[in-house]
Design a binder for this molecule. Structure first.
Ligand SMILES: [Zn+2]
Length: 82
């Protein structure tokens, strides 16, 4: 299940800062608005995902503060709730 990164159209979002990651379920449409605050969001480009990996740790802690249920990738490639 791929993780898609979303960024607020009108940043910064009070609840998710400069963006968040959302696990894309099969067949589900892309998010059009932030599930936390309802602001419009847009998918970040794939290049951004790679560039943002360096700051993944701080992104995770921010998302946790905002009350997200985070999925963690295990060593065998599955995801589990943190
Ligand atoms: Zn938000």
């Amino acid at each position: 299940m791929p993780l898609h990164r979303y960024v607020p159209v009108h940043s910064p979002c009070k609840l998710c800062g400069d963006g968040f990651e959302h696990a894309a379920t099969a067949g589900a449409a892309s998010l059009a608005e932030c599930p936390r605050c309802g602001q419009p969001v847009q998918r970040a480009a794939a290049e951004s995902v790679h560039a943002l990996k360096l700051s993944a740790r701080s992104t995770v802690s921010r998302a946790k503060d905002a009350g997200f249920a985070l999925l963690k990738r295990t060593s065998d490639g599955h995801f589990e709730k943190q």
